[in-house]
Write a protein that binds this ligand. Structure first.
Ligand code: NOJ
Length: 528
């Protein structure tokens, strides 16, 4: 890719592929790499700049692949390393960069390190983890009362009576990042994938790696024992040196859940990560004032460290935004609506269309979670006995509703995803949301995304153009980019007059003359 693409991560459109659910080629009901290769043309036609691939490594799948048993190979359910290499090559030939997902906080309990550590308390691998005696005379109480990230406790007792730490499931033991072998191993893993040509690394649970070795309890007025410890920044400085040693166009993108923007921005200092996911935007309610504050907060925090903002509406962990925006409470949630909150999918879809134009025209990089371009909603009707997510049972939530396999063709499930039964059931109503049904229909979500991404590519103001708010009415979010581009989003319940402009470039829903209907966004060419 040419040098004009340097610092591509600053304004790229990045598409998250969740490999279990993209496309199945071998009829086992689970997506795989040959399936992705066969449907790479979908991503070329969509016009994305990069793919972020959720974990595809060998894994017992206790947490859908976020429990990695070997970072240098591919799980047979997804294919082989040779197929992964072929996909990287084919994506590059199509002008699409590749980002792989690295999970450094924990590994699978089936990883050889953990097996060695369990088998022999004297093994050197024992120190790669957090093994500790229990409290009380007979060590029966776990070493701390820390709550897990999925709810529940964070320690499991081993047959020899000691306990090991896992912030997620017992099948995901936490690594000890104070140990030099752990650091060296992950540096070598980064090189392994950079040597295979990948353009970026997504870093899972990036703020959790370091733990206070004294293992204090979590107390309100004391430093947190495992979240955002200062030492974690040394890890990312060394990773940055590795990324830079590959010529400067390899990006590190952190999953950093952090309400305090200053602490968040620390990860994006010039010698650390290139970008991090903006969950503030993902969690923001459909409200013009809150949304404007969120955009300001985000841009301000990123400008302070010279990093690009990211705009994320959905991913494999949260309720799809068509569903979120169709509820009365439009803020972020993990659950699959077990309490039966009413959802207006028509309203949610309309807002999701407007949000697409918003997220694709704010300054920075935009992330698309697979299926968002098809307008998919959360499948809230998966029978609980079919849930696969380990969060179900611990926290009473399941993330499966946003992980349902994509509908490609045809009128009935499995909609061309597989020839077998898909690993999670697809709603019958998705017959209107297949890629095939939407292609060529100018009113479809898919064609809206295709047009918006094509316009974004061609529009100079949407690359590194400065942004300035246009002050219309408080119920409207409006801003200019560059010389003469503007985006206007009506988040109120009533139509509003559009500002004076030269022409309309794209509208998320039909306009009402010169008025912008509720829950609609428009891209305008302004008069200069
Ligand atoms: C964040 C990932 O996105 C999520 O899917 C996973 O369960 C946790 N990290 C643990 O790896």
């Amino acid at each position: 890719m040419s040098s004009s693409d340097s610092q591509w991560w600053r304004d790229a459109v990045i598409y998250q592929v969740y490999p279990r659910s993209y496309a199945d080629s071998d009829g086992d009901g689970v997506g795989d790499i040959p399936g992705i290769r066969a449907r790479l043309a979908h991503l070329s036609a969509l016009g994305v700049d990069a793919i972020w691939m959720s974990p595809w490594y060998p894994s017992p799948m206790a947490d859908a692949g976020y429990d990695v048993a070997d970072f240098r190979d591919i799980d047979p359910v997804f294919g082989s390393l040779a197929e992964a290499e072929a996909l990287i090559e084919e994506a590059h030939a199509a002008g699409i960069r590749m980002i792989v997902d690295i999970v450094p906080n924990h590994i699978s309990s089936e990883h050889p390190w953990f097996k060695a550590a369990l088998a022999d308390p004297e093994a050197k691998e024992r120190d790669y983890f957090w093994f500790r005696p229990g409290r009380g005379d007979d060590g029966e109480r776990m070493p701390t009362d820390w709550r897990g990230e999925f709810g529940g406790t964070t320690w499991t007792r081993t047959p020899d009576g000691s306990w090991y730490l896992h912030l997620f499931t017992p099948e995901q033991p936490d690594l000890n990042w104070d140990h030099p072998d752990v650091r060296a191993e992950f540096e070598s893993i980064l090189r392994f994938w950079f040597d295979r040509g990948v353009d970026g690394i997504r870093i899972d649970s990036a703020a959790l790696l370091l733990k206070d070795p004294e293992l204090p309890e979590v107390l309100e007025d004391s430093p947190h024992p495992f979240h955002d410890l200062d030492g974690v920044h040394d890890v990312y400085r060394s990773w940055r040196r590795i990324a830079d040693s590959y010529g400067g166009d390899r990006a590190l993108i952190g999953e950093v859940w952090m309400p305090e923007v200053e602490r968040f921005a620390n990860y994006l200092r010039p010698d650390e990560l290139h970008a991090a996911f903006n969950f503030d935007f993902l969690g923001c309610a459909w409200d013009p004032r809150l949304m404007r504050d969120c955009v300001d907060r985000t841009l301000h925090a990123h400008a302070a460290v010279g990093a690009p903002a990211t705009w994320v509406l959905s991913n494999h962990d949260v309720t799809r935004h068509v569903t979120r925006y169709g509820r009365e409470d439009t803020t972020f949630s993990f659950d699959n609506n077990l309490d039966g909150t009413p959802v207006d999918l028509e309203l949610g879809t309309r807002r999701a269309r407007a949000a697409a134009l918003l997220s694709l025209s704010l300054p920075g990089a935009t992330y698309i979670y697979q299926g968002e371009e098809l307008g998919l909603w959360e499948n809230e009707n998966i029978p609980p006995e079919e849930y696969q997510d380990p969060m179900w049972g611990r926290r009473g939530h399941s993330r499966d509703g946003c992980r349902v396999p994509l509908p490609w063709t045809g009128d009935e499930a499995p909609f061309g995803f597989t020839t077998a039964t898909p690993w999670l059931p697809q709603p019958a109503e998705w017959k209107d949301r297949t890629a095939q049904a939407q292609t060529g229909d100018p009113s479809s979500m898919l064609e809206l995304y295709r047009s918006a991404i094509a316009l974004r590519r061609a529009e100079p103001g949407l690359h590194r153009g400065e942004m300035a708010w246009l002050d219309l009415t408080p119920s409207v979010l409006a801003f200019c980019r560059g010389q003469d581009f503007a985006c206007v989003v009506n988040m109120s319940g009533a139509p509003v007059a559009l500002p004076a402009h030269q022409s309309t470039l794209l509208a998320s829903s039909p306009l009402d003359g010169d008025r912008l209907p509720p829950d609609t966004a428009v891209w305008l060419r302004m008069r200069t």
